[in-house]
Ligand binder design. Structure first.
Ligand SMILES: Nc1ncnc2c1ncn2[C@@H]1O[C@H](COP(=O)(O)OP(=O)(O)OP(=O)(O)O)[C@@H](O)[C@H]1O
Ligand SMILES: [Mg+2]
Length: 339
């Protein structure tokens, strides 16, 4: 198999802060990975990890400060036109569409930018409208579309020139469960399996990455932490249980985590609070031996609302590898998308 996207030692810095206190932020820090032709590859990381910056570099919208990027074997710096033709980009915002134009007219406009016109253009737009189930709304102005339909038009636009490679930056962000499910199926079955597109998908939804991606790169603070299949991540996690506690009335969470961390064989502890309810996760080989000590420590501060022992998810692997949660809104708190 040949390599579709090659990222080698890529660094992208931004200068931030006031005039005299400017400092460099390493949005992407020596990122290296390859994506094979036809692969559905995930870039998974929390807010601010550098996902969008990396995608913008791959899409030639930003120039990296160091390192090289190749698309279908060619360097993007010296072959930017060729590379752009290979790429379709979808971002999570729909700000790049023309709101006063209809869906169809938006596609006609962007088709012209790709040099498509006449019958070829009309046939392509017809095909994409059909494929994405947009025919009923094609003549409505974009401003009347729901977020999900705008996202479908953005996807249709990215597919106009039939690119080999798709860069999808958080494609389901903010969509309702029905549209998320449609898009996930479409990405996996229609675009990847049937049309054999190489896809780089960024997300901070671990269930999305787990469900869709063949391999996943964990990214944290600009660094690629690891690249593996979801199965390998879980298999290689040496610690197999996750003790979860839902509590209320916790005043000093940092102190509690410190105490829990010192219990026998505890590997990692994290917590997040929503509406005075604190969810604590403890990763360790076996939860049972520390159960009573844990309950005692938590009860000194507050009330226990629920206890659960689970097998690790990809989120737990991420916490284990980086010590960071993927996001504050964990899979349980975002709209469910599973049937
Ligand atoms: N144009 C910019 N100027 C200055 N700093 C920037 C710029 N774009 C991104 N950053 C910073 O670079 C880092 C990475 O941001 P980026 O948007 O790539 O992360 P992300 O993983 O896409 O996050 P999110 O999940 O929130 O979309 C952040 O610290 C961000 O504040
Ligand atoms: Mg982003």
């Amino acid at each position: 198999m040949s390599v579709a996207i090659e990222v080698k030692d890529v660094v992208k810095k931004f200068r931030r802060g006031r005039r005299l206190k400017k400092r460099d932020i390493f949005a992407v820090d020596k990122a290296t990975f390859d994506i094979e032709e036809g692969e559905l590859f995930g870039l998974l990381g929390p807010n601010g990890a550098g996902k969008t910056t990396l995608v913008r570099c791959l899409a030639t919208l930003l120039i990296q400060d160091e390192g090289t990027i190749k698309i279908m074997g060619k360097d993007i710096y010296s072959n930017s036109l060729y590379c752009r033709r290979q790429i379709g980009l979808v971002t999570s915002g729909e700000r790049t569409l023309y709101w006063k134009l209809s869906g169809r007219d938006n596609l006609k406009f962007f088709a012209a930018l790709y040099g498509l016109d006449g019958k070829e253009r009309d046939m392509r737009i017809e095909y994409l409208m059909e494929l994405l189930d947009l025919k009923d709304v094609q003549n409505e102005r974009i401003e009347k579309y729901s977020s999900g339909m705008k996202q479908k038009i953005s996807l249709a636009r990215a597919l106009l020139h039939d690119p080999k490679v798709l860069l999808l930056d958080e494609p389901t962000l903010g969509l309702d469960p029905q549209f998320s499910r449609f898009l996930r199926n479409f990405i996996k079955n229609s675009l990847n399996k049937e049309q054999k597109k190489t896809i780089l998908l960024t997300t901070h939804y671990m269930d999305e990455a787990d469900e869709l991606c063949e391999r996943i790169a964990f990214i944290n603070r600009g660094k690629i932490v690891d690249v593996k299949t979801p199965y390998e991540y879980k298999r290689d996690l040496p610690h197999t249980e996750v003790l979860e506690l839902r509590c209320s009335g916790i005043q000093n969470c940092d102190e509690l985590l410190k105490q829990l961390q010192s219990l026998n064989s505890v590997e990692k502890t994290t917590a997040n609070s929503v509406d005075h309810v604190t969810n604590i996760k403890i990763i360790l080989p076996r939860a049972e031996p520390i159960l009573s000590d844990t309950i005692e420590l938590v009860r000194k501060q507050g009330k226990i609302l629920g206890i659960n022992v689970e097998q690790p998810t990809l989120e737990d692997v991420f916490i284990y590898v980086t010590g960071t949660r993927l996001s504050e809104d964990t899979a349980e708190e975002r709209p469910a998308t599973k049937d």
